[in-house]
Design a protein around this ligand. Structure first.
Ligand code: GLY
Length: 461
């Protein structure tokens, strides 16, 4: 945990921003894996962590915006808990660590909410994303679970996003720690990517590195020679020389700050003549994107700049043709890059996505586009210093998509389909870094993971 004053200060700011009434922030509870007593590793809710820091199941935070009191509701461990799980500090002591002086048993929460609702006070809550939380909010607020999202508090959503979007020095240090572990994960994958090795062996090894360094992984490891499938969790293949291996993986620190890096490597250690120029085109898009990061710039424009850079690279290979600015404006590059350039990152790998991407990545100035490809951009708004985001261009040869576009004659003035046809067995490439928006530009966080052709080939020797 950070120092108690960090959480007190965050709540003080939230109090200013959220208006009147009470804020109810339920923490997560344990979730059953395959039967009730066999549970997933506990993962606390990120907003609860941000404002209260307590990484234990079965707690709820309540902030009375009118009296200024903050409360933690939760039960002290009993003898059964002690026998099976060990001793825990009392709720009072836990709460003190978050700068909270008011505590009560969990059963006291319902009557407090009932009283507030009876008095006509506003109860602000966030849209739930777990079934257990939905059921608990339904019980506490008497709002049908199906209506909770619509009835959640927009002022609270916006206030939380405004605050969590800007990372302070302590958070950035945690993210860099997570990237330090991701460095080990990715360089290990590079060293292991030899012909004949089972993908699963690499996936398991790097997941183990995450666990051994604080862990868990910040999202299920994406690792496959079939990198044309963007989120490929199938690790069943044995590596073959001449193929590319995409590894998209990151981890959480003990405090749950995330990393999210992607590297693509040639099985056997050398990019071949067909792979190298495509890799260089993606790398150029990654580096141009990073160079363009600075406060005040629309991230949508950086996405488009990266797309243009990629398209120009593909034109030089003969896969695209015509005027590339026109091609990108028309969305033709999305055959190769059908996803957005990046997303916010912090306590969640897609930071705050549970609060609504429209509020995290967009605002009154800019709304999501409807064009294929650009529509999947999670972050479009103007950057501010303190944002941490990913820059992750890719280039994919998705046979089904190629066939569909070709049969429809889509963007045939920009796509050299007869050449693209020869790449249907290519797979995909993605290169991703985690970048802090500074006062003047962008800074790639953490120890640099090999990225250029020479660096990747050297570490794979
Ligand atoms: N790196 C996985 C994702 O961004 O969804």
């Amino acid at each position: 945990m950070f120092d108690a004053t960090v959480y007190s200060n965050r709540r003080a700011r939230l109090r200013q921003d959220a208006g009147k009434g009470i804020i109810l922030l339920p923490g997560n509870v344990d979730a059953a894996f395959n039967y009730p007593a066999n549970q997933y590793h506990f993962r606390q809710d990120s907003t609860f962590l941000y404002f209260f820091g307590l990484d234990h199941p079965g707690l709820a935070g309540l902030m009375d915006l009118d009296s200024g009191e903050d409360w933690i509701f939760g039960n002290d461990v009993d003898m059964d808990d002690i026998i099976w799980m060990g001793v825990l500090p009392s709720i009072r002591d836990l709460a003190a660590g978050a700068g909270v002086t008011h505590t009560a048993p969990y059963g006291g929460l319902g009557p407090v909410i009932d009283k507030a609702v009876g008095q006509g006070r506003k109860v602000h809550f966030l849209p739930p994303y777990r079934g257990e939380t939905s059921l608990e909010l339904q019980r506490l607020l008497k709002i049908p679970a199906a209506d909770l999202k619509a009835d959640s508090s927009l002022p609270l959503i916006k206030a939380v996003i405004a605050q969590r979007s800007i990372k302070d020095a302590g958070e950035i240090a945690e993210i860099e720690k997570a990237i330090g572990t991701a460095f080990l994960m990715h360089t290990t994958a590079m060293k292991m990517a030899k012909p004949g090795v089972w993908e699963q062996e690499i996936a398991g090894t790097i997941e183990g590195i995450a666990m051994a360094n604080g862990g868990p992984v910040s999202f299920p490891v994406i690792l496959s020679m079939n990198g044309q499938t963007l989120h490929n969790h199938d690790h069943s293949q044995y590596l073959q020389k001449g193929r590319l291996l995409v590894v998209d993986a990151g981890c959480e620190t003990g405090m749950h700050y995330a990393s999210d890096l992607t590297r693509t490597m040639p099985v056997g250690g050398t990019f071949d003549a067909r792979q190298k120029p495509v890799y260089e085109a993606v790398l150029a898009a990654n580096m141009k994107g990073i160079e363009a990061v600075k406060p005040g710039v629309l991230y949508r424009d950086i996405h488009l700049l990266a797309a243009l850079t990629l398209a120009e690279g593909l034109k030089s290979i003969g896969l695209m043709k015509g005027n590339m600015a026109d091609a990108v404006a028309a969305g033709a590059h999305a055959l190769f890059l059908p996803h957005g350039l990046g997303h916010m990152m912090g306590l969640d790998v897609h930071d705050m996505e549970n609060l609504g991407q429209i509020y995290v990545g967009y605002d009154d100035e800019i709304q999501p586009a409807s064009q294929f490809g650009l529509a999947f951009l999670r972050l479009g708004r103007r950057l501010q210093s303190g944002f941490v985001l990913t820059v992750e261009p890719g280039c994919y040869f998705i046979p089904a998509l190629i066939d569909q576009w070709r049969s429809e004659g889509l963007h045939k003035e920009f796509i050299n389909y007869s050449e693209v046809e020869k790449y249907k067995d290519f797979g995909g490439i993605r290169i991703e870094d985690d970048v802090l928006v500074t006062e003047t530009g962008g800074k790639v966080l953490g120890k640099p993971v090999p990225k250029t052709v020479e660096e990747v080939e050297k570490i794979m020797l």
